[in-house]
Design a protein. Sequence first.
Length: 421
Amino acid sequence: MKKFICALCALFLTSTLFALDMPFFSGYAGFLGNFTNEADSKDFNPELEVESFFSAQLDFNGKFIARGEFYIDSENLLDDNIFKDITDPNASFKIEELSATLKTSTLRSSHYFSLFLGNYEPIGSDIFLRRQFGIHPMTSPITESWHGLSGASVYPFYGAGFSYVYHPETPWAFALYLYKNQQTAEDGSNINVINTDLRLSTVRTNFIVDFAGGLAFPLDNSDDSGTQVVLIVREVQLHAGFNMLLGNRTKASAFFQGGFNKFVLSSSNGSSNSISFSDLYFLFEPRFNFRNFMLNITAFNLPRNSADDMLYLSRMATREETIKNLLGLNLSVITDHLYLGNTNYTFGIHTTFSFTNSDLEALKSDFKVIKDWDYDLYITPFISMPILGGTLNGAVSVSTLDLTENWLSSIYATIGFRTQF
């Protein structure tokens, strides 16, 4: 890791050879407060957790770009003990992205060479499309995230490595990634993994697609007899994901997302080569734009690790330790034709129904098992409005099925502020 950080710094220093002008600085920051009552408590025991991210970019005359993005997640700030022991950490800090990109151009194409650390252009996010094609955000409102600019992803992506992007004059972009990350083994230990991915993206008038897939090679340092070796690969895994938007955004369109994190192609230890339904990411969302409002209907199956990063679904995904995935439907009604004085604001409502312990294998043999699945029904009104050079966002999420048992713990409220500078 130290060598990789040094390589990033060296690439940054060499950027002065290309920076004939002063660099252009831009940034983005967000702050979110999550209010709820202590789980299973019928008394008033409020909890407040805070999320915050900061993203900055230095652009040296379009030839060299340095980016940094950082995320902070606090403990309960209303806990009586949080400030008593100053040596006890009360928040977690994570580097979301550190990257350095060198751009070169030829007569008919552009080439981008990058070194990166962190959650870099993950599949499922539209950050790659926005950087390469300058499109407006196109991901589903139900998957909104406050973890940074990238937002939620189809499968966990966090590593250190190299990428190359070829962007011709035509509306296409091709990318190659080579990076190292880690996986958690069955015994709880971390395994180093080498990955190589290919990416293909295009943006047309009524068609946008971003596809990425690749191979993962978990590494080991001992053979079958236990003898230490320099390097051995026992397994080859496949991972893939895509975003797709069909249709006219201003009238009617359909958004698709899908992918999986690990499919074993070959293994020397007999690992299964099937994909568990709980690890399969799928989202299908028809969108309809009427004169005064927008209507989105979303069918989804989201692994817990992905849903945990989503503002409107994280509470469903994490309310119990046994939850592995969310299978459900969401209906969103959104309008931006509202005014408070001269201020235009957006108001909407998410109605979300989900199963949290779906067992499709058992469903194949007996359809009646569906009655034993756990399910939730959440109604979430939300509002967004410009203020003080940024955007103020607020939402209240209500678990309607828990209102009669414990109404205090069934309500979850968030308020946040984002700004660009």
